[in-house]
Design a protein around this ligand. Sequence first.
Ligand code: ADP
Length: 295
Amino acid sequence: MFESSLSGNIFFESILEDATGRSIKVLKTQFKSGGCINNALKLITTEGDYFLKWQSGIPEDMFQKEALGLKLLSNTNTIKIPEVYAYGKVEGKHYLLMENIESAQPSNNYWEDFGITLAEMHLNNTSLKYGLDHDNYIGKLPQPNDDKEDWIDFFIHNRLEYQLKLAIDNHMVNNSFIDRYRKFYEILPQLLPIDRPALLHGDMWSGNVMVGGDGKVCLIDPAVYYGHREIELAFTHMFGGFDYDFYDSYKATYPLDSGFEERIDIYNVYPHMVHVNLFGQSYLHGVEGVLRRYL
Ligand code: ADP
């Protein structure tokens, strides 16, 4: 935890004024680690606590899209989502100001409750097509959401192929990889089941899951779209997986097609490719393993 300098406080107070139209004094700041992209801190002010993210050199609409995604999830009245107060630009830096979530100990039925509420969100918030009425971001990478009636078509074009093109532009992949990766598209219709489009958080790794003040789950930093809900559950396995109670209660509330466990690595080609493009080639091995298994 670091205290900010006086000049830092003046910058944060300018943001608060831009966001609220009022002059609010910052009493103390606490930096938050754990995010991958932006600067983040808790502002303790004369008018209560705020959570602030800020960054320069990011796409102009990145925080606007994050705010839209948080609002879409919040409107489902299922899982707790922090309230967004404002986003904007001060001194050339983009900011997103929202409700500060004070973490507490997880409640006894934390994982069970999380599984049930996520299942309810997927069950009750559906769409006729896969996609969304706007493109957004995953991390700081663009995430296209052009709508499609077919899930596999959507997954290939807006997720796998889009990330491959970024990796080609970033000189991350060679021709042999590109050929095998595209061949993999051809067998996806035999491997992936069909389901109706459900509203997804879209980036549900453990770093985007917080325990709120009431001991229940609170989700942050989404990459929202309507997709196959299996990709959401697969995402939770990216860095080790969640508690068994989470999956059991999810399935009891909204059952999955049999064989989901075998499909996890297929869906996770997408977040692996996102990691390749954000953090480097070391994440390619996760994709190579899947290509070797199926081709
Ligand atoms: P990034 O955009 O860099 O990935 P995150 O949105 O993940 O940043 O936020 C960084 C960290 O700040 C998170 O790991 C979490 O600990 C904390 N955090 C995020 N949102 C809130 C919030 N609304 N209230 C309190 N802490 C938060």
